[in-house]
Design a protein around this ligand. Structure first.
Ligand code: AMP
Length: 397
């Protein structure tokens, strides 16, 4: 068991909290502040317990000097201040005297946000390569480290793994919740436990298929990746997305787990991927040479619905169609409608699936929407996440 923020006396301590403020920003306006809201519980707990709160986060990628302008955390500091109802001291530096002075002047219950940790990537990717000197410097700024950035916990960076290996460390409430939800699915799922997998490439989901095929009752496969499985079954797929490298893997899975892996029987197709294009719907065996399969058809939706209606646990990662275009979001929407009404634990992997379900208006009906696409996928693959592994265990001093 990992230590949590509750295991420390925070009073008067300089507490560095690694949060995930990697929010979409356009022209200095935050498009979606969900990630800021998700971090409030941990920040408020630290404030209420008398900490001097030092927040760190990355935002976007910094490859050249000009990337700094659009990736400053300044708009986040303003929004956070509104949400907390108190001042947030924003420091435009990631190291140096100004930052150190501001931290040393912090009073108990005050909150400081440091500029984007990735600004340090301009000096040879120091943050992203978990540079020792940078980690040591950042660790020297605080007394306790709390990691609450689940979405980057599968990465080995200075601002998570680096600092945590040098300071007494714990996880925040967000990571605690993510681990509880995901580990329950892996270790003790209520059954039937069915998984919906979709999205673009099989290659990205090989690890999760390998792990979940032994835990779940069924894996319902839709989206672009389904066509690689269908090709592996010698069915025609026209010009649909195909991942030739993964064909041997798909064949092996279909041979070993033919009763567990459920593939589409029909498909909604178009000749090109654009809005207002003419669509056709047919059985997979009737897909024409110049068709691109872009959504599951009516028959597949019906079959998937039957599996979902009897489920007690559902994990969903990857939309079952090209849902950025309404015409091909019908399958994804129909599955949302089914999930809306069933009495089951419904867990949505983050990333594109979470955005699609939120945009379609179904997020309130899900039990849990992970805040980390890549991180939740790796957790479901059964991998250890470095940003969590490094945290002190409960029985450690
Ligand atoms: P992923 O990040 O792997 O979950 O993939 C998400 C992406 O898969 C989304 O952008 C979808 O538009 C895309 N996708 C879903 N179904 C298809 C399809 N049939 N053909 C091409 N792309 C698809």
């Amino acid at each position: 068991m990992k230590k949590t923020i509750r295991d420390f006396n925070l009073n008067e301590k300089k507490v560095i909290i690694r949060v995930d403020f990697n929010v979409p920003i356009k022209d200095s306006i935050i498009q979606d502040d969900n990630r800021i809201k998700q971090s409030l519980k941990t920040i408020n707990y630290a404030i209420d317990n008398g900490a001097k709160v030092i927040l760190m986060s990355h935002l976007g990628r910094i490859k050249e000097e000009k990337d700094k302008i659009k990736n400053t955390l300044e708009p986040v500091a303003l929004r956070l201040s509104e949400l907390l109802g108190k001042e947030v001291i924003f420091v435009t530096e990631t190291r140096g005297k100004i930052l150190e002075d501001e931290i040393n002047n912090l009073q108990s219950r005050q909150v400081l946000l440091m500029e984007n940790t990735r600004f340090e990537d301009l000096n040879g990717e120091l943050e992203s390569s978990n540079d020792k000197e940078l980690s040591k410097y950042w660790a020297s700024l605080g007394d306790i480290f709390i990691n609450d950035a689940f979405a980057t916990s599968h990465r080995n960076h200075a601002s998570n793994v680096g600092i945590a290996s040098l300071l007494p460390s714990g996880i925040g409430f967000l990571i605690e919740k993510e681990i509880n939800v995901l580990s329950e699915v892996l270790e003790n799922p209520k059954r039937p436990f069915n998984v919906i997998l979709g999205g673009a490439k099989v290659k990205d989901k090989i690890g999760v298929i390998k792990n979940l095929v032994n835990i779940a009752d069924h894996i319902l496969i839709g989206g672009g990746m389904a066509y690689t499985f269908l090709k592996a079954s010698s069915l025609p797929i026209g010009k649909s997305l195909v991942d030739m490298e993964s064909i041997p893997f798909c064949k092996e899975m279909l041979e070993k787990y033919s009763d567990k892996i459920i593939l589409p029987i029909d498909s909604i197709n178009a000749k090109e991927i654009k809005e207002d294009v003419k669509t056709t719907e047919c059985f997979i065996s009737d897909i024409k040479e110049d068709d691109i399969g872009l959504d599951i058809g009516y028959g597949t939706t019906k079959i998937f619905k039957e599996y979902l209606l009897e489920s007690k646990t559902v994990v969903w990662n990857g939309t079952v169609g090209y849902s950025e275009i309404d015409l091909f979001a019908k399958g994804t929407k129909a599955l949302c409608e089914v999930l809306k009404d069933i009495d089951a634990t419904k867990i949505i992997g983050g990333g594109d699936t979470a955005s699609a379900i939120t945009n379609l208006g179904y997020s309130d009906y899900m039990t849990y929407i992970s805040t980390g696409g890549g991180a939740s996928l790796e957790y479901l693959e059964g991998k250890k996440l470095p940003g969590i592994e490094v945290i002190s265990d409960k029985d450690e001093k």
